[in-house]
Design a protein around this ligand. Structure first.
Ligand code: GLY
Length: 285
């Protein structure tokens, strides 16, 4: 393989969404073919997903219980560069802001500071709210009221209504062997204001190094506790094929916790999930 782009639309986003992940992967591959590097490819692939309101990232992000949308996004590459935003509001493409954070001395900017930074960088005010997000929030509030939540959701009953997670992500390798990983999300479906999941956290929601790139989707609280992407990356670094490493990562979770992982290394590609997960792989020899 010389060039690879893999995209996903979230654990729980079924195959009916794979046209979106295909368009995103094709955009990423077009960037690589035109001389862009793996990081450029990941950013442009994720922008396609953030702009597709069927996915829970950018436009189409889920709202928090106060009705506001706070988004998380991050990038990492195999040169140990990383940048992310968490709980950022009113921008169209959080992944582009994450790319700008990568150029600063910091790794993660949150909340008002992240919004202020975005404006300073010229990102205009944008409302990512959709009818779908409004409807979903109303449904979630109703379920919270009635207690009609799945059995494992004990803390809200246990904080997260499963099957609705839909983070997006991409990994890429270019012909120089440079890797990048990225993720972007509106979070999960039941969230307090200020809640941040795995997606902008290096090691949990994404990781890249000289051996490959990994990103994940699913219930962020559970992914964080398993430092999932670094754990999968470490397996790849020790020689495991990405497919096996992704399957191993998914096996760390009980089935009621939705999770999905994509990865690339010189040894190939990996895609695994315990839910339907719209994704797309383009690999050139
Ligand atoms: N994996 C997305 C989130 O939990 O925020």
């Amino acid at each position: 393989m010389t060039r690879v782009v893999i995209t996903h639309g979230g654990a729980g986003a079924g195959k009916e969404y794979s046209d979106g992940t295909q368009r995103a992967a094709e955009k990423g591959m077009e960037v690589l073919r035109n001389g862009g590097n793996a990081l450029d490819a990941v950013v442009e692939a994720i922008v396609v997903l953030e702009d597709d309101e069927r996915f829970n990232a950018g436009t189409g992000s889920y709202a928090k219980l106060n009705g506001e949308i706070e988004m998380d996004a991050a990038l990492m590459d195999s040169r140990m560069q990383a940048g992310g935003v968490a709980a950022i509001k009113r921008v169209k493409n959080p992944i582009r802001v994450a790319r700008c954070v990568m150029e600063t001395p910091h790794v993660l900017l949150v909340g008002d500071g992240a919004v202020e930074f975005a404006r300073m960088k010229g990102f205009p005010d944008y409302d990512p709210m959709t009818e779908k997000a409004r409807k979903r929030l109303a449904e979630v509030k109703e379920k919270l009221k009635t207690g009609d939540l799945p059995p494992w959701a004990e803390k809200w009953k246990k904080f997260v209504y499963p099957g609705l997670t839909g983070t997006v992500g991409a990994v890429a390798m270019d012909e120089t062997g440079y890797y990048a990983a990225g993720s972007s999300t509106g979070g999960t479906s039941i969230m307090l204001p200020g809640r941040v999941g795995d997606s902008p956290q290096i090691g949990s929601g994404l990781y890249a190094g000289k051996h490959g790139a990994v990103t994940t989707t699913g219930i962020g609280e559970e992914i964080i506790k398993r430092v999932l992407c670094k754990s999968v990356y470490d397996k790849i670094a020790r020689g495991m094929a990405p497919q096996k490493a992704c399957e191993w990562g998914v096996s760390l979770f009980p089935n009621e916790i939705s999770v999905g992982i994509i990865a690339v290394s010189k040894k190939g590609v990996g895609v695994a999930s315990n839910r339907d997960m719209a994704h797309w792989v383009i690999a050139e020899e």
